[in-house]
Design a protein around this ligand. Structure first.
Ligand code: UFG
Length: 326
């Protein structure tokens, strides 16, 4: 029988791509989403249960109805800037509601959970490559809320046997290669979609935030990971848990850093058109460089990124911005 996986936040950017990859791997993704930031149109590979993380009865019924074997939790707010202006919103949803959700999973006897965490849990890096045991000193409420829930999951694991794999994403980008789902954030704040929109004339010129960093061209370095590669990491994590693996945490990135200017230049080449941009001051809270040490996930989950070269990242993101059905 097809194994059903509960995907909280399955109507969002990374959640919907993961549903597609789960379906391709032979699972039934059952999306739980309140559609606060997700899209019903993105739920294509299994049922949508329109409910909140706190809707205990609905979640327990869903677990029973589909015989849910494991869960993935994507349903969080993720805007760093907004989190600094409204921290309570982030603690309420990303910690309190998430803890209710985890408690309901325990009550429904679902003992395998994969949690979407972030490189923002580390704060300012102290080493060039960031490994999972790097100190965690988040510099914004978004990162702090994700770290707090990681810690809650640790203690819930000890108390209730809830096994969790935490995946700490670096910079998610790109879109489905068949254009079936993609990134439609409102407002959009991320570099790659903004570059594509500016190049396509769908948004004003981009501002490069900071040109005086201690990097080869003065702009920030990030580790961009294609959303399909992120999705396959979730499937690998779910399969490890369902095979009896215990709680763990992994970075998900490529291990390679790119400057903002390198991404802009690569986009101009890939798209064959200029990217309109201007140079501006630094954005508050931006670490100079964030690059993952990915040796642990490669060795333990036998996972490797396949679509995270810049050309594929840019072309798939631009294709999505061109068709943009939602
Ligand atoms: N950037 C610009 N101009 C823009 C937007 C971004 O120059 O208009 C630069 C940023 O300064 C940064 C890089 O492009 O150097 C990437 O910025 P994004 O906003 O795309 O992504 P972040 O690195 O800020 O954020 C990502 C995730 C967050 C996570 C964070 C970890 O989106 O969820 O990494 O620090 F918290």
């Amino acid at each position: 029988m097809t194994k059903a996986i509960l995907v909280a936040g399955g109507a969002g950017y990374i959640g919907s791509q993961t549903c597609k990859v789960l379906h391709q791997a032979g699972y039934l993704p059952v999306t739980l989403d309140n559609l606060a930031t997700g899209y019903a149109e993105a739920v294509k590979w299994g049922p949508l249960v329109k409910a909140d993380l706190r809707d205990r009865d609905v979640i327990l019924d869903t677990i029973k109805q589909y015989d849910i074997q494991a869960a993935i939790h994507f349903a969080a707010y993720s805007l760093v800037g907004e989190s600094t202006r409204n921290p309570a919103k982030y603690y309420d949803n990303n910690v309190a509601a998430a803890t209710d959700f985890a408690s309901t999973l325990v009550e429904g006897r679902v003992t395998s959970l994969v949690f979407s965490s972030t490189a923002a849990t580390y704060g300012m890096p102290q080493t060039r490559l960031i490994a999972e045991d790097h100190p965690k000193n988040p510099i914004n409420p978004y990162g702090a809320s994700k770290l707090a829930f990681e810690q809650a999951l640790h203690w819930m694991g000890q108390a209730h046997g809830l096994n969790t794999i935490v995946l700490r994403y670096f910079n998610a980008a790109g879109a489905d290669l068949e254009g079936e789902v993609g990134e439609s954030h409102e407002p959009e704040t991320h570099l790659i979609p903004l570059i594509c929109k500016a190049a396509l004339g769908k948004s004003p010129p981009l501002t490069v935030f900071g040109t005086d960093y201690d990097t080869k061209d003065g702009t920030c370095i990030r580790d961009y990971i294609h959303v399909i590669d992120l999705a396959t990491a979730h499937v690998a994590a779910i399969e490890r848990l369902m095979a009896g693996g215990g709680s763990d945490a992994f970075n998900v990135g490529t291990g390679e850093g790119l400057t903002v200017m390198e991404v802009i230049k690569a986009a101009e080449e890939a798209l064959g058109r200029p990217v309109p941009y201007s140079l501006g001051p630094r954005r508050d809270g931006d670490p100079e460089i964030l690059v993952a040490d990915v040796s642990k996930i490669k060795a333990t989950l036998d996972w490797t990124p396949k679509y995270s070269d810049l050309k594929t990242l840019i072309e798939s993101a631009a294709n999505w911005q061109t068709i943009r059905p939602y």
